[in-house]
Write a protein that binds this ligand. Structure first.
Ligand code: 2BA
Length: 109
């Protein structure tokens, strides 16, 4: 068994969860926050059989778009101004950041 942990943008999370339900994959959605942008995201926990891994990855790939996002500059209050960038910087976020883990044991009580 595998556990897929997928960090996706909030904008894609409904489409992704609908697609997973449609294909009978069970998932848990957690509200999360990116460490760098500090923007809201959704983290999916998806428990599946080993042989379902590729199908789930394909669904994630097809429902999560990568987008460019602007990072506003943060002024270095009293700090070192040498590395301060006074204009917004564009970063590319997503489609999805996916971790695939082996599950040692799975129980439902
Ligand atoms: P954030 O940490 O908010 O990062 C958002 C985007 O900012 C990243 O997109 C990347 O393009 C950029 N970024 C992140 N750290 C950076 C840095 N130190 N310098 C320059 N640019 C940086 P993604 O790579 O697509 O990541 C999207 C979200 O996935 C991340 O949101 C984070 O919540 C999660 N994530 C990505 N890699 C991870 C990892 N190795 N472990 C845990 N979570 C991760």
């Amino acid at each position: 068994m595998k556990l897929i942990v997928a960090v996706v943008q909030d904008k894609d999370s409904n489409r992704l969860s609908n697609a997973l339900v449609e294909r009978d994959f069970q998932a848990t959605k957690l509200a999360s926050t990116g460490g760098f942008l500090k923007a809201g995201s959704t983290t999916f926990l998806i428990g599946i059989k080993d042989e379902e891994t590729d199908a789930v990855l394909e669904i994630i790939k097809n429902h999560c778009k990568s987008r460019d996002q602007l990072v506003a500059p943060v002024s270095p209050m009293g700090g070192n101004a040498d590395s301060y960038v006074p204009y917004p910087v564009e970063v590319q976020v997503g489609g999805a950041t996916v971790f695939i883990m082996d599950v040692e044991r799975f129980e439902k009580f």
